[in-house]
Structure formats: C-alpha cells, structure tokens
Design a protein around this ligand. Structure first.
Ligand SMILES: [Zn+2]
Length: 300
C-alpha cells in the first residue's frame, strides 16, 4: 500500500511537472507573439521650421527599449508636447548632421539632467561622426563629471547589423543625400555619411529612408522583403516614390519630412492611386503611432 501511495505521489508530481512545462511553453509562445513594438512620429516636418510640424524624428519602442531616431532643433519641446518622458529614452540614433536632425542633442541632455536622469544614455553614431557629436556635447559644457549618467557611444559602420536591444537591430547604408556637398569641402576632414536604415524587430523589416536625394536611394534594401516603409518626401519626386512603393510592395508606406508643398503634391498624386493604395500610403503627423503588435492591425 505504501508503495502504491508513493507511486501515486510520484505520478502526481510528474503530472505537475507536465502542467508546468505546458504552461511555460504557452508563456514562451505568447511572449514571442506579443512583440510590443511601436513607432511614434515625434516630428514629421522638413528642414524648414514650421508651426504645424516638428522637425523629423521617430521614437521606436520595442518592449522596454526606446530608441529616438534623430534629435534636431527643438526636439525637447517636441517630446514635451507629445508627453514623452525624456528619461524613458534609452538610446539616440543619428542619421546625419543637418541641423534639423541633430542640433537638439545638447538641450535634450540638459533636460535629462534636470529631470534627474541616472540611467546610461547610448548614442548610436556612424564612426565618422562620433568625434563631432562628442565635441558638440563637450562644447555645450556638458562635462561627464557634471552628469549623473553616462553617455556611451556605439559606433557603427555601414552594411553591418547593429544590435540596439534584444528585439531590435538595424543596418545602415549610405545614400546620396549629401553627395551635392562633395565638391565644396575636404572629404578627408569632414564626414559625409548619411544613411537609409533597415530596422528589424519581431521578424519585420522596416525601411526608413532618412533624408535622401535620389530615387535609387529607395532601393538600397530591395534585397529584403519590406514589411513597412517610412520615407521622407521633401527630396524625392512623388511619382518616383509611388513607383518604388509599387515595386517594393510593402504592406504600408508612411510619409514624413513633409513641407507645405509636399503636402499638396501628395494630395494631387492621391487622385491617381487605387483605393487599395490610398489605404496603404499614409501621410504621417506629429504624434502618429504605428502599432507593430499583431493586434489590432493584422496588416502590420
Ligand atoms: Zn532633414
């Protein structure tokens, strides 16, 4: 009888282990499926200062990591107006060094300091631009000894995958945005890096044009299946953009870096789009959020 009782207990324990195993598999399944990711447009304006739109910037949030892409003129006020806690930002990625994309950095660091930030801030920057950014911070009197948090630099080169967090990475590829300057300055002394990006999170490929200058820039990641595209529209003809959308066929295309004329050209070209294309090509606005979770938008 004792043996029977012992046997029953053992069997009971095995059943318990089995149930725990099944529950843990479900937990893993749902954790993988539940990819908490979103992209919030902090600014959708062009290089021209506007009362309607902030300068171009994105906040990519994946699980518990928040990556700010570009921090141009006025970014602190833009974040404040969109109720983004400065200290929720874990990393800042810079595309290139036009003022509408980077000059808000020292002021943003000051806001973080005044908001008693203690956690490290990571800056993702091309290897050719790191010294400029470091110097910019230093010359703004933001000495490491005066900050209660560390600023760490993660240098990157083009064509290599950069890990941002467990669930977010990107590849940068040089585009033609700054090519027009090459004749004016010493290429040895000044870096002209300006990339487009491919972000990957939860298996989804997201193309972000950054600032570009030619339609060829739209195809830098054409080897990949693009789930989503985010493109600027100031420096590209609308017809070329629509052509790229049709060829690359992402589920959705969001337009940003919008000047007043760009808005009108989008309204005009919309008349030539099919109903399906109209639903898939959207003009972003400041504060607009793309939800990358499986629900509620099954198309993303
Ligand atoms: Zn710009």
């Amino acid at each position: 009888m004792y043996w029977n009782l012992f046997g029953t207990c053992l069997a009971g324990r095995q059943v318990c282990y089995l149930i725990i195993g099944i529950l843990s598999s479900f937990k893993n399944y749902f954790c993988i499926k539940k990819n908490l990711a979103s992209i919030k447009f902090i600014g959708t304006g062009s290089g021209r200062t506007s009362l309607k739109r902030n300068h171009s910037s994105l906040l990519i949030s994946v699980e518990n990591y928040n990556l700010l892409v570009d921090a141009g003129d006025g970014v602190s006020k833009a974040l404040l107006s969109l109720k983004v806690d400065y200290n929720s930002i874990d990393g800042i990625l810079f595309s290139h060094l036009h003022p509408d994309h980077y000059t808000g950095l020292p002021s943003l660091i000051v806001q973080m300091k005044m908001n008693k930030r203690e956690k490290d801030l990571k800056i993702f920057i091309h290897e050719g631009l790191q010294n400029i950014i470091q110097d910019f911070i230093y010359r703004s009197y933001l000495f490491p000894e005066k900050l209660k948090f560390e600023i760490n630099f993660e240098k990157f080169v083009e064509n290599k995958t950069v890990t941002v967090s467990d669930s977010l990475n990107f590849i940068a590829k040089q585009n033609s945005h700054l090519d027009e300057y090459l004749t004016f300055a010493d290429k040895e002394k000044l870096s002209f890096f300006s990339p487009s990006f491919l972000f990957n999170t939860g298996g989804k490929n997201i193309y972000y044009s950054g600032d570009i200058s030619s339609k060829e820039d739209m195809y830098l990641f054409s080897d990949y299946k693009l789930d989503l595209m985010i493109s600027e529209i100031t420096h590209i003809e609308m017809k070329d953009l629509i052509e790229a959308f049709r060829k690359l066929n992402p589920k959705k295309l969001f337009l940003t870096h919008i000047g007043e004329k760009d808005e009108n050209s989008f309204i005009n070209i919309k008349k030539s789009l099919t109903a399906n294309e109209c639903n898939r090509i959207l003009l972003a606005s400041d504060g607009f959020i793309i939800n990358l979770q499986h629900k509620p938008d099954p198309n993303l």
